[in-house]
Design a protein around this ligand. Structure first.
Ligand code: OSB
Ligand code: MG
Length: 371
């Protein structure tokens, strides 16, 4: 069932986080994001490019996403007949790189295709589970005591897996304190590229904390040194930033740089290549989890759908809405079940309603391109 896109709309939104989020690349108190809506025959599909305001996680930022959408992707898309996300050319609108922008559009097209087919998005992708185990990602805290209290709070809420952010000098003590109180908790540590191979001794010493993985310890674009580090430590070295698209991901796997994989839809350029990577990793027995970028309920629904696929063997960075927002922009907001899982909706598409009045309330810019 091909459909013709008649309108592309984007909203640059800015939402206050309920708790500031500090990583090795900076502190965030508000989150910017770009929501994308595609329309065909009166049916809408929603996607999200959960990009940051500044290019500190990757080269993408709100300005580059907006530019690529407005000047290239939206004009290319309107008036076009599509079968669905699989029918999109790999160089969408001829654009290279700019994966965050393309991912938001591909997500919106996938939601639209699933809605038109009358199936939940996770079924559209071939997902088999309707509940997914999830964890929480905790930023750097002012003190080790603050961190342990914060971990305790999330464990009490029912999260069965915690990821903490680390940076040089903020790793051994925090992990020691968490392990003293929670000897069996499933733990990840994420450095967001803050170390170099010269720190291999301290990184290898983290093996004693029985982490399920250590995420992106080295440079954002490195593969070779991660492979060297992996050869020196038992804990799986998980890549995030370095896996910018499918080609880089395949190279990382071939080099032995990916002991585990964080799959993020925006970093991969969309759900189609995210799904391909999950399948490659599944065949090779590489553990995978679905990462997050502090998404609104739109991006979260897409992450949840993807994480139902078989390749996703580890709990994702997909927390309940109240971990991020006082009020999410979708209904119903994601809530954590007693089993530490989020439940998928049986409704067609992403399974949540985007509340446009709330989108408008936090929109700082809008764009519409009509056929
Ligand atoms: O490195 O995984 C990361 C958030 C923003 C940018 C990068 C990262 C993160 C997270 C948060 O860890 C995951 C989430 O809860 O959305
Ligand atoms: Mg990360």
């Amino acid at each position: 069932m091909a459909f013709r896109i008649t309108r592309v709309t984007a909203f640059h939104v800015r939402m206050p986080l309920v708790h500031p989020f500090e990583t090795s690349f900076g502190l965030e108190e508000v989150k910017d994001s770009v929501l994308v809506r595609v329309t065909a025959d009166g049916v809408d599909g929603w996607g999200e490019s959960p990009v940051h305001a500044r290019p500190f996680y990757s080269a993408d930022d709100v300005t580059t996403v907006w530019h690529v959408l407005r000047d290239h992707v939206a004009p290319w898309l309107v008036g076009r007949e599509l079968e669905g996300p699989h029918g999109l050319p790999p160089d969408l609108a001829g654009v290279r790189g700019h994966r965050f922008a393309r991912a938001g559009v591909e997500c919106a097209i996938a939601d639209l295709a699933a809605r038109r087919a009358g199936v939940p998005l996770y079924r559209y992708w071939g997902g088999t589970r309707d509940r997914i185990p999830v964890g929480v990602s905790i930023g750097i805290q002012p003190t080790v005591d603050d961190l342990v209290e914060r971990v305790a709070g999330f464990v009490a809420q029912g999260y069965g897996r915690v990821k903490i952010k680390i940076k040089p000098g903020w790793e051994v003590e925090p992990l020691e304190a968490i392990r003293a109180r929670f000897p069996d908790l499933m733990l990840y540590a994420d450095a967001n590229a803050a170390y170099t191979l010269g720190d291999a001794d301290v990184l290898a010493s983290l093996d004693r904390f029985d982490l399920a993985l250590i995420e992106q310890p080295l440079a954002h674009d490195d593969l070779v040194d991660h492979a060297r580090l992996q050869a020196r430590m038992r804990t799986p070295v998980c890549l995030d930033e370095s896996l910018a698209g499918l080609a880089a991901s395949r190279a990382a796997i071939r080099l032995g740089a990916a002991g585990a994989i964080n799959i993020k839809i925006p970093r991969m350029g969309g759900p189609v290549d995210s799904r391909r990577l999950a399948e490659i990793a599944r065949r090779l027995g590489i553990p995978v989890f679905c990462g997050g970028m502090l998404e609104t309920g739109v991006g979260r629904a897409h992450n949840m759908a993807l994480a139902t696929l078989d390749g996703f063997s580890l709990p994702g960075d997909i927390s309940a809405a109240d971990r991020y927002w006082a009020e999410d922009i979708v209904d119903p907001a994601a809530v954590l079940g007693d089993d530490g899982c989020l439940a998928l909706s049986d409704r067609p598409g992403i399974g949540v309603d985007v509340v446009e009045s709330r989108v408008e309330a936090c929109a700082v810019d809008r764009l519409t391109v009509d056929a």
